[in-house]
Design a protein around this ligand. Structure first.
Ligand code: C2E
Ligand code: CA
Ligand code: CA
Length: 572
């Protein structure tokens, strides 16, 4: 027999013998930690017992006054309270529930049991009320640990998914909509790497607590993972629209976060959104939709926002297919290298060849690097591809040297991931020695982006290679940060002016001025200058006139397979 039913039995007995047994009855309730309400359906009598007077500041004198309890209970728990006070109304013989007494800021457990006579008619009801604040808080702490992210106190991924699933069921029932916004801090890794993990954590806490302020019964926030937060909005209209939330977030980010060491940190975020039921009908699918959109946003740069749509989905699926095919291509080594000649502009003599990789697919034919290099860089496939290009180009140059006594520069594009590898310098030198070519005939093309991450480590490696005799060329100059002060510290031999300058040179005066200044500076610093993407005689004449050393472009020749270039080599 449980505690409550035992006491009911006891009280029932007591009730029968009320008067005679008053002493026992008092003993019972005086030693109880609980408050009781006893009600007789037969006589409509109601008594409060036990610690009722200590628990509450009022008395219940008749059956209607039992509703005084609802005045002190938080509105969110009114339904629970009513069910516990009147289980008979919902056809139950007992009922238990937890309610919050906002008056005294405590949690109350209400346990009600009903008794029936032999005919099944309710005779008595006893309501036991206990203060369970302590247990409740302890339980909550444990629940919080399991459900909340310890850093920000926001819902963690798994709890958010279960709550979003509940939200979706409700929306399904009521024909409502839900918007999910995913927020990803741009370049968070840079904050962590540059300012330290503690500052990164503090930033997440600060941003998280700002988001938490947006939470209410229609809005749920989570810290989904590392630097990703999500907002689920029930009925995203009016003040609750996605646009409104975006605007709030953007406004917040206008002011930098003040970190405890008095440092100010500014961040930007990328946001993506998907909507139930249009885009997906489960929590996981909705999250996947925002992930897919985020992938697109990140590819477009910083501070982007997009809604999920079919174009983005198809592009994503194409990318997955491409990634699969690319992995296969790496396994089968389905790559070839084409070479594009570079000429000295004054003498029109061959200066070098740039090695440009192509993917040769049985079905799709030749796939240009612009399609697969960015993906290969993201997946790491660029390492084996780059290794192949390095070896293939140097091998080809060695062959040309032997057959045509060639003496020119072979330029090889190297991506950031390759530089980052510890054995990069060693691996380049190994190939050069394997094919017995002179280091001065090998040039590595790098872009500014590799300097941003780890200037010192990269510079050390490049210096080592230059000391060995290899040339270093800075590719796509003018498209990146192009800080001139960078250039001073940076060990390079060649500067390649990006095609975008060459394209508008003849029609745009500012471009002409910039190009001429780049060439001027390049000469002063002792770099060899190369103009890329020269397509016309006019462009060539102009560049030759203003002193650009080397010309590369369709005007002199497109990239071709090695065997098609032998006629050029026959002439040198
Ligand atoms: P990039 O290094 O700037 O290479 C020059 C690109 O411009 C090449 O495109 C070349 O074919 C193209 N080009 C040259 N002259 C002209 C011209 O007169 N007109 C026009 N419209 N285009 C011209 P491609 O071969 O498609 O390569 C694109 C990019 O892919 C390269 O740009 C480079 O960033 C990357 N890439 C190519 N091969 C490799 C490689 O082996 N490794 C790495 N990491 N990246 C590579
Ligand atoms: Ca290049
Ligand atoms: Ca280039």
């Amino acid at each position: 027999m449980n505690d409550t039913s035992y006491q009911i039995e006891y009280l029932k007995a007591m009730n029968r013998k009320l008067g005679d047994q008053e002493r026992i009855y008092k003993l019972l309730v005086q030693h109880s930690d609980h408050a009781y309400i006893y009600y007789s359906f037969v006589t409509d009598e109601i008594h409060t017992l036990g610690l009722f007077r200590d628990f509450f500041d009022f008395e219940i004198n008749n059956s209607e006054e039992i509703m005084l309890l609802s005045d002190i209970i938080d509105r969110d728990y009114t339904d629970v309270l009513i069910e516990c006070l009147y289980p008979e109304r919902i056809g139950c013989d007992n009922r238990t529930g937890e309610v919050y007494d906002y008056h005294k800021q405590r949690w109350l457990l209400i346990e009600t049991s009903l008794l029936k006579d032999n005919n099944g008619q309710y005779t008595e009801k006893i309501i036991k009320i206990s203060d369970i604040t302590e247990e409740h808080n302890k339980k909550n702490e444990i629940v919080n640990l399991a459900y909340c992210d310890s850093l920000t106190g926001l819902y963690n991924r798994s709890y958010f998914i279960s709550r979003l699933t509940e939200m979706i069921s409700k929306a399904k029932e009521k024909n409502d909509r839900i918007a999910l916004i995913s927020i990803d801090i741009d370049e968070f890794k840079r904050v962590n790497d540059g300012l330290g993990m503690n500052i990164g954590d503090e930033l997440l806490i600060k941003f998280g607590s700002f988001l938490k302020e947006l939470e209410n019964d229609r809005v749920m926030i989570s810290h989904l993972s590392n630097d990703i937060f999500t907002i689920a909005i029930y009925n995203p209209v009016g003040d609750y629209s996605v646009d409104k939330f975006r605007a709030l977030i953007l406004k917040k980010l206008e002011t930098p976060f003040m970190i405890s060491n008095r440092q100010e940190v500014s961040i930007s975020v990328s946001m993506s959104a998907a909507v139930y039921p249009e885009d997906a009908d489960s929590a996981l699918d909705l999250i996947s939709c925002t992930d897919i959109v985020m992938y697109k946003c990140k590819a477009l740069g910083k501070g982007q926002f997009k809604y999920f749509d079919n174009t983005i989905l198809n592009e994503f699926l194409d990318n997955i297919a491409l990634e699969k095919d690319l992995n296969k291509a790496v396994l089968n080594n389905s790559f070839i290298v084409h070479f594009q000649p570079q000429y000295h502009s004054d003498s029109k003599r061959l200066r070098g060849m740039e090695a440009l990789v192509r993917w040769k697919d049985d079905d799709k034919g030749i796939i240009p690097p612009s399609v697969f290099i960015p993906l290969a860089e993201k997946t790491g496939c660029i390492i084996p591809i780059g290794k192949f290009v390095l070896e293939e180009s140097i091998k080809q140059y060695a062959k040309w040297k032997k057959e045509y006594n060639a003496d020119f520069v072979i330029s090889i594009n190297i991506s950031a991931l390759q530089y980052k590898k510890d054995d990069f310098v060693k691996s380049v030198i190994e190939v050069i020695e394997k094919y017995k070519v002179e280091p001065k005939n090998v040039e590595l093309e790098i872009t500014e982006s590799i300097l941003i991450d780890d200037f010192e480590a990269v510079t050390n490696k490049l210096n080592e290679l230059r000391k060995y005799g290899v040339k270093i060329s800075l590719d796509d100059f003018g498209t990146g940060y192009s800080s001139l002060s960078y250039l001073k510290k940076f060990p390079i031999d060649t500067l390649k002016i990006d095609k975008s300058f060459i394209d508008t040179l003849l029609v745009d005066n500012p471009t002409r001025i910039i190009t001429e200044s780049i060439l001027d500076m390049s000469h002063h610093m002792g770099f060899e200058s190369i103009a890329e993407g020269v397509e016309s005689e006019e462009q060539y004449n102009y560049l030759n006139d203003v002193g650009c050393d080397v010309i590369q472009g369709y005007y002199f020749g497109k990239p071709h397979p090695a065997e098609e270039l032998e006629s050029i080599l026959g002439e040198i």
